[in-house]
Design a protein around this ligand. Structure first.
Ligand SMILES: C[S@@+](CC[C@H](N)C(=O)[O-])C[C@H]1O[C@@H](n2cnc3c(N)ncnc32)[C@H](O)[C@@H]1O
Length: 323
C-alpha cells in the first residue's frame, strides 16, 4: 500500500495543516489546497488531536503558486471526474506512489506497459477508487500488474490478503487464480470492500473470495491452531497495519507452504527507511518507519526464507519460505 508519497516526500515537507475530526475519527490533511481525510485507524498511534500547525506558510504560498503555474494538482480529487492531463501532474494525480525519482519515467511505465494491458475490471475499480477520499491507500496499477503476473508464475491457488481497502490488489489476485482458486481476504473495514465488490462480481471472480471483517491477527491465531491450515498457502499479501507486520510474519510463516511466497508491502515506506534521524518526517511516517525498519532487519536474517526487496510501488519484499 503505497499511500504516503502524495502527502509527503522525505526532505520536502508539505506545507499545510493537519486536524483531527472527532466525528469522523479522521485526520484532515490540508496541503496546499487539497483536503484529504485519512481514517484514524491507519494512524492510530496519533490518537490525540494534532494541534493545528501551519507549516511554514510562506513556503506554502510559494509552493501553491508554483503548483498552479504547472497546472498540477497534488492529489486526485476526482469526484467530478476531472482528469488533469499535464505530464507532471498525472503521477501524483492517480494517487499512486513510486520510488522512481522522475514522474515522467513512472508515467512512461504506466502508459507504455500497464494501462494498455490493464484488465477492464481493474481499470473500472481503479477509476472508482480514485473518487474515494482515501484513494491514496490503493495499490498502484503497476504493482497490481506485478502481483497478477507473479501469481500466475507461481501457479498460486490458495492465497490470503491482509488489507483489502476497495480491492484493487484483491482483484489482481482473483483474476490471476484458476477458477477454483481461493483468497481469504481480511480487513477491518467492510464498507470499502463493498464499494469495489460490484466490479469484482462483474469480473466473475467474486466466488474465489472469502472476506472476513475485523483485525487479521486474531484470525491468524485461530488458524495456526488448526493443523490443516499449516503450510497450506501459496501466496499471502500483507498490506495493512505496519506495526503488526512482524506479528503477522510470526504466524504467516507457519501458514505459507514451503516454496510459497509472502509479500510485504511498503517496505521502503516512501523512502523514509533511509531518511536521516533529524529528517522532518511526519509523525505517522516516523512512527511506522521504525516498524518497517525492524521488519526489514528481521526478514534479512530469517533463515526460514529467501527474500527479494523490489522497488515496485512503495517497495514490496517477497519472502519465499524455504523451511
Ligand atoms: C493500504 S490499504 C490496503 C490497500 C489494498 N491492498 C488495495 O489494493 O487497495 C490498508 C488496509 O488495511 C486495513 N487494515 C488496517 N488495520 C488492519 C488490521 N489490523 N487487520 C486487517 N486490516 C487492517 C485498512 O482498513 C485498509 O483498508
Amino acid at each position: 500500500m503505497p499511500f504516503v508519497q502524495a502527502l509527503h516526500k522525505p526532505h520536502q515537507p508539505r506545507t499545510g495543516t493537519i486536524r483531527f475530526n472527532q466525528t469522523s475519527k479522521s485526520f484532515l490533511f490540508n496541503f496546499t489546497g487539497s483536503n484529504r481525510s485519512i481514517p484514524s485507524y491507519i494512524y492510530h498511534p496519533l490518537t490525540r488531536p494534532i494541534p493545528q500547525a501551519p507549516i511554514n506558510s510562506s513556503t506554502q504560498k510559494g509552493r501553491t503558486k508554483k503548483r498552479k503555474q504547472r497546472g498540477t494538482k497534488i492529489l486526485a480529487m476526482a469526484s467530478n471526474g476531472e482528469q488533469n492531463q499535464t505530464e507532471s501532474g498525472r503521477h501524483q494525480e492517480v494517487g499512486h506512489k513510486s520510488l522512481l525519482q522522475s514522474d515522467a519515467l513512472y508515467q512512461y511505465i504506466l502508459e507504455t506497459s500497464v494501462y494498455p494491458r490493464e484488465h477492464e475490471a481493474m481499470k473500472e475499480l481503479r477509476e472508482l477508487t480514485a473518487k474515494h477520499p482515501w484513494n491514496i491507500m490503493t495499490t498502484s496499477a503497476d504493482e497490481g500488474q506485478f502481483l497478477n503476473m507473479l501469481l500466475k508464475l507461481i501457479n498460486a491457488k490458495n492465497t490470503m490478503e491482509i488489507g483489502v481497502y476497495t480491492g484493487y490488489s484483491l482483484l489482481a489476485t482473483a483474476l490471476a487464480l484458476p477458477e477454483d482458486g481461493k483468497i481469504l481476504a481480511m480487513d477491518i473495514n467492510k464498507e470499502n470492500y463493498e464499494l469495489g465488490l460490484p466490479v469484482i462480481k462483474k469480473a466473475g471472480v467474486a466466488h474465489k473470495i472469502e472476506f472476513k471483517e475485523g483485525p487479521a491477527l486474531p484470525v491468524l491465531d485461530e488458524m495456526i491452531k488448526d493443523e490443516k491450515n499449516l503450510g497450506s498457502y501459496d501466496f499471502i499479501f500483507v498490506d495493512a497495519d505496519k506495526d503488526n507486520y512482524l506479528n503477522y510474519h510470526k504466524r504467516l510463516i507457519e501458514l505459507v507452504k514451503v516454496g510459497g511466497l509472502i509479500g510485504y508491502d511498503n517496505t521502503l515506506w516512501n523512502g523514509s527507511v533511509v531518511a536521516p534521524p533529524d529528517a522532518p518526517l511526519r509523525k505517522y511516517v516516523r512512527y511506522y518507519r521504525d516498524f518497517v525498519l525492524e521488519l526489514n532487519k528481521a526478514l534479512a536474517v530469517d533463515p526460514r526464507i529467501e527474500i527479494c526487496m523490489l522497488p515496485v510501488g512503495d517497495g514490496i519484499t517477497l519472502c519465499r519460505r524455504i523451511k
